[in-house]
Design a protein. Structure first.
Length: 333
């Protein structure tokens, strides 16, 4: 499957009818099952801020989507001087989106158009996770529990904070902290494990196993250096901070992640599939191996890759990046 003319897409989600929804950062969602059926729907997102890395980002289906049509969305909201990540719900009827309602906004505001995070995941108990970036110029906020920047947040479907979050009184929404710009988030249905990946600076890209309440180090502990070459921290590991399962130095720029479960590629079962922007590869990461093993099983792709999903048919679907992006379907011959 190849759908050319996608414009700066960010997320790829399959519908129960096998068609796909693709978010574009300018605030549109593309419905496609192929070139012939491509339809573009503009969303009336309140105060959508499209600049830098911002715009419409992730889209995920509620567990009861087949009945309710409900979806969860993330997008950047505000102005150049004051913007933030927002989380909203909406209803999709197969042709249009309605009842768009912002249920959560990340604070504090920032004046940078980068490092939003924005990846969603639905947990088995019906609560949600969303990743938030550190805003680039605000990296110290990742260590401050009174800030939502540089975190994974856990919330109820109505936007309220679950009472059993690890810092329920001090920081009601915070699930984990010490993150830089996390754009990969996946829940393993088989084990319940939650995996996250994030962009480091120059080096120090990471895959982390998330545990509620844990601190993942940024910017106190990192394998990366600043883009200027300056040292960010003398520490690659630090007491009471979690070390990554995988460290990529030099950077690969991970953009999204999925767990492969299917019959088409039995050799990949249980492995994390990671799209990359800088490395321009789809990486397969086997965390069960000692040491952790990673390969590039489809090394001929050689494109900036934005998202990955496992189709209902067991094939791997990869969303490329940029102004003339497309969807690649990977299946055995």
């Amino acid at each position: 499957m190849s759908v050319w003319s996608l414009n700066q897409p960010w997320a790829l989600t399959q519908l129960p009818d096998n068609n796909w929804l693709v978010t574009e950062r300018d605030g549109q969602v593309v419905i496609t099952g192929g070139v012939e059926s491509l339809v573009r729907i503009p969303l009336a997102l309140p105060d959508l801020y499209v600049a830098g890395q911002g715009g419409l980002l992730d889209l995920a289906l509620f567990a009861d989507f087949a009945v309710s049509g409900k979806v969860m969305l993330t997008f950047s909201q505000g102005t150049e001087e004051a913007n933030h990540l927002a989380v909203a719900t909406a209803v999709f009827n197969g042709e249009s989106f309605s009842d768009i309602s912002v249920i959560l906004t990340v604070s504090p505001d920032k004046d940078t158009p980068v490092h939003y995070g924005g990846r969603l995941a639905l947990l088995p108990d019906g609560t949600w996770l969303v990743t938030t970036g550190d805003g680039f110029d605000y990296r110290e906020e990742a260590q401050r529990l009174n800030s939502m920047l540089g975190k994974t947040l856990r919330f109820n479907a109505d936007g309220s904070a679950p009472e059993d979050n690890p810092f329920a009184e001090q920081a009601p929404y915070v699930f984990t902290y010490g993150h830089r710009n996390p754009q990969g988030l996946v829940v393993d249905a088989a084990s319940g494990a939650i995996y996250e990946h994030e962009h480091g600076p120059d080096g120090g890209d990471e895959i982390n196993l998330l545990t509620p309440g844990n601190n993942y180090g940024w910017p106190v502990a990192t394998f990366g250096t600043d883009y200027s070459g300056a040292q960010i921290s003398p520490f690659t590991r630090y007491a009471n901070m979690q070390s990554p399962q995988v460290n990529w130095t030099p950077s690969v720029a991970p953009s999204a992640m999925a767990i492969y479960r299917g019959q088409m590629f039995p050799e990949l079962n249980g492995q994390l599939l990671v799209t990359t922007l800088k490395a321009q590869q789809l990486l397969a990461v086997d965390l069960s191996a000692t040491p952790v093993q990673q390969t590039a099983p489809f090394a001929t792709i050689n494109q900036r890759l934005r998202d990955v999903a496992i189709g209902q048919d067991g094939a791997i679907y990869v969303l490329t990046d940029g102004k003339e992006a497309n969807i690649l379907r990977i299946a055995p011959r």
